[in-house]
Each structure stands twice: as C-alpha cells, then as structure tokens.
Design a protein around this ligand. Structure first.
Ligand code: PLP
Length: 466
C-alpha cells in the first residue's frame, strides 16, 4: 500500500514511512492511494476472532508489505495484552437499539490507548529494522500525553519528552504522566499555558540542527497509523450486531475528527454503516459547518469535555480531500485559505456531500450533565461527559430498525467532579490505578525558555543512547 499527501506535493511513502513521518512535508496528511474493500464473506470470516487478531486482519491492507502478517499479529497481541478487559473493546447495551462501545479499558482510561498502544509497538519494530532511534516530543493539556507516555515507556528505540503547562492539568492527568518512571520518559512542567507548550514543541521542530541531532518525531492524531488502528473496533462492534447482513449506525464524540474518520474508513471499506453521527460540545466547528457551510475558527471555550475543546478538527482534511474527488490542488487551496482567513470555503456541492455523509449534534455542559443523570437513572450506567455527548447524539439521530454503536471514549473515573455533580457518585479508579495518588511522581519544572527545554530533551535522549 502506498500513501499520498492530501496536498499532492510530498513524496509517496509506504506504511512504515507514514508511521515515522506523521505529517507530510507539504503540510498535508497522508492517505492511502486506494481504499481497500472487504466482501461480505470476508467480513463474516472475521466474526468471533480475538480482538488482536481481528485488528491485524483489518489493518492488513493498510500495512501492505511493510510488515509480515505474523509480525503485525504479534505486535497487535502485545499492544492489547495490557488492557483490563479480555474483549479489549466490549459493548454494553443501553437500550433496545443503543450500545456503548467501551474504548477506555487501556492503561490511561481513554480511547487514545486503542491506537497509541499499537503505535508504540509499531515504532519500536520499524525503528529496529531500520537501525534508527527517535525522540518524541509533544505538548499536552491532558489525555494525549499520558497515552503517548504509556505507549513509549520502556521501548528500546524511542525516548519521549512531554511538556504540560505547570499547574494547569488535573491531578489525575498529571499523575498519569509523571508516575511512569521509565528512564526513556521525561516530563516537563513548563512555566506557561498549553499554547506555550505547543509553541515550544513547534520551535524545537523548527530548529533544524536540533531536530536532526535528536531525530525528533511526533505521535499526534494526524498520524495515519493512529487512524488505521481505530478502524478495527468499529468492525468488531458492527459484526457483533449483525453486520454485514444488517446495517448499523455509529455515533462519536468528536474533537480532531480522528475517531469518526476511522468509522468513515470502515464504511469506505464496505462495512454497512448507515449513519455517521458526530457529537460536539459548544466548540462545535463541525456542526456549524454541516448546518450552514460555516467552518470558521473561534476561540476555544472550556467545557466539561476538555478533550473536545478544539478550534480546528485537523483530520477533517482527509475527508475533505475525498469530498473534493481527491483533487490535491483544490484541497491545498482550501486548507491554506482556512489558515489565513480562519474560514473554510467550499463549493455547495462539496458541502452537500458532507451533509449527506455526516449528521452533526451539539450539546452544552448543562445538557451533558442532564444526559449523564438520565443515563444513570435509566440503567445505572455511568458515562463520562464525552461519552454522554455521543450517546445523546445517537439518541437524537437514530434511524428506526438500525442499531447505533456509541463510542465511549473515556472512563467516568477520569472526570469525578462532573460525575458527582450529575449523579452524586464519584466513580472509583479501576484497581490497577487505585494507588495512583500514592505513587512517586517525577517531573522537571522549567521556564518557558527553549535552551532550557532543549537541554532537558538532550539529557533524556542521551541517557538512553549511552
Ligand atoms: C481525544 C478524545 C476525543 C476526541 O477524539 P478525536 O479523535 O480527536 O475526534 C473524545 N473523547 C475523549 C475522551 C478523548 O480523549
């Protein structure tokens, strides 16, 4: 399988290449040159497989010749071995035709583990084959950093440094990062905001000699391998509910559009997904686009579902490329215009095809709390604020006779205050994390100064190289 950039001016790469590259050189995102598809008989043959094996078979066409099937299967098994549920992504029935697909049984209690755990395995394997090592640097306001650290801790070929804004993450989030004591992990509490952390990471990437010396790399949500690793759970869930012999719908609480894009990919591969429903909090750039062809950046407003507090849904560019009939010039013009004007303008025909593909839904904080309360009263189910938005979206837009799979993206124990406010219950952390508050933390406080941060990155990377 070969990969091309949505902006048409970057080298064509194979799976290993896009894994290590992340973003394309031309600022675009890598997508498969052609979409693989499975016949109904091929989908049926996946029924009942253990999750890791199903994941390897679904990802097979995307990986192509980069890895043998034995290797891919082994890496999938290793990636999911640490999950707290043998089904990896179990479903819970909430109503006659409504199911919660629980994606939060990984080490950091959020769905990002589903892809990131596999990414850690893939990085280590591909780097060993190429006799290379990389230093991953990233900024986080919470969830992504901990998932990346858990995925890279102890890996041979990878060192990782994550910057978080000092005093501005929740205690659970900070401890999930700072209590991972592997020698290849560095945590920086930066004197500044999340934006300062992000600017610092960008500045380090822009320093070309430093970037080369450290072999800097990133694991952010625009990495194609993360999308590919999110397709299998939609397949497993749909098969369990009767696909391909019966259609299903999918509802996803959305931030960067990665998770819902993976559902779209499953559909593109021939899985009968009738409706793709996307839930947002009040930072609802996608819903505004679907309602009124208005995709305009607005300042981010904090909400009860912080992982969806975004200004731009980066992965949307991949869908836009498809909606524009894979015209890279048109995609590039639209995206550059969006960057400079803060407004994406697309033809009415493109907007109409987006509307026929996606159903948008917005829920504010008050209604989110009400939905959590309602769910708890109806069935005793505790849904975190992100998950509750997806479930409310599913209920609002379900089609008669078509079961809906609602992606449950975080464990409710990650958001104890919101849960208590809505239900009076503070959900306990799962047993393996119960002592999180007693664990030793290790992190380094640094000023918002590039020389200081680069010195720290060097020290983490060198220790491992020595
Ligand atoms: C990251 C995240 C999301 C948003 O997922 P995208 O792939 O960015 O759309 C939703 N919920 C939770 C809990 C998350 O951590």
């Amino acid at each position: 399988m070969r990969y091309i950039s949505t902006r048409g001016q970057a080298p064509v790469l194979d799976f290993s290449g896009v894994l290590l590259a992340g973003l394309a050189d031309d600022g675009g995102l890598y997508v498969p040159e052609t979409w693989p598809s499975f016949s109904p008989a091929e989908w049926r043959a996946l029924r009942g497989l253990p999750y890791a094996e199903l994941a390897a078979r679904v990802m097979r066409p995307f990986v192509g010749d980069s890895l043998s099937h034995e290797t891919l299967s082994r890496l999938c098994r290793a990636a999911y071995a640490g999950f707290r549920h043998p089904a990896i992504a179990p479903m819970v029935q909430l109503d006659t035709e409504l199911w919660s697909l629980e994606l939060f049984h990984g080490p950091t209690l959020a769905f990002k583990d589903m892809a990131m755990q596999l990414l850690g395995q893939l990085f280590d394997h591909v780097l060993a084959e190429q006799n290379r090592r990389v230093t991953i640097v990233g900024a986080t306001s919470g969830d992504t950093g901990s998932a990346a650290i858990e995925a890279c801790a102890g890996k041979e070929r990878v060192d990782i440094v994550i910057l978080h804004p000092n005093g501005r993450t929740s205690e659970v989030q900070r401890r999930q990062m700072t209590t991972v004591l592997a020698p290849n992990v560095g945590n920086v509490a930066l004197d500044g905001t999340f934006d300062d952390c992000q600017d610092m990471v960008k500045a380090m990437f822009a320093d070309v000699p430093f970037r080369g010396e450290m072999q800097l790399s990133a694991v952010n949500s625009i990495n194609w391998a993360r999308i590919a690793a999110q397709v299998p759970y939609y397949v497993a869930a749909a098969l369990a509910l009767g696909a391909p012999d019966r259609p299903v719908s999918v509802a996803v609480p959305t931030g960067n559009f990665g998770n819902v894009l993976a559902a779209w990919v499953a559909r593109k591969m021939g899985l009968p997904i009738e409706r793709l429903i996307i839930g947002s909090n009040r930072n609802n750039i996608l819903s505004r686009f679907l309602d009124a062809n208005d995709m305009s950046m607005r300042p981010v407003e904090p909400s009860l579902s912080p992982s969806m507090d975004i200004q731009v849904s980066s992965n949307f560019e991949r869908l836009l490329f498809e909606l524009m009939d894979r015209d890279a010039t048109k995609t590039r013009t639209a995206m550059l215009g969006f960057r400079t004007t803060g407004h994406l303008s697309v033809d009415a025909s493109v907007w109409q095809s987006a509307r026929s593909l996606l159903t948008g839904f917005t829920l504010d904080d008050e209604a989110t709390l009400a939905e959590i309360r309602r769910l708890y009263a109806a069935s005793g189910y505790l849904a975190d604020p992100h998950t509750a938005i997806g479930i409310a979206a599913a209920r609002a837009h379900a089609l008669p006779g078509v079961p809906v799979i609602a992606a449950a993206t975080a464990h409710p124990a990650k958001f104890p205050d919101a849960m208590e406010q809505a239900t009076g219950q503070r959900p306990p952390l799962p047993p393996r994390l119960a002592d999180l508050y007693d664990r030793l933390e290790k992190y380094t406080c640094l000023p918002n100064d590039i020389a200081a941060v680069q010195g720290f990155v060097r020290a983490v990377a060198r220790r491992n190289a020595a």
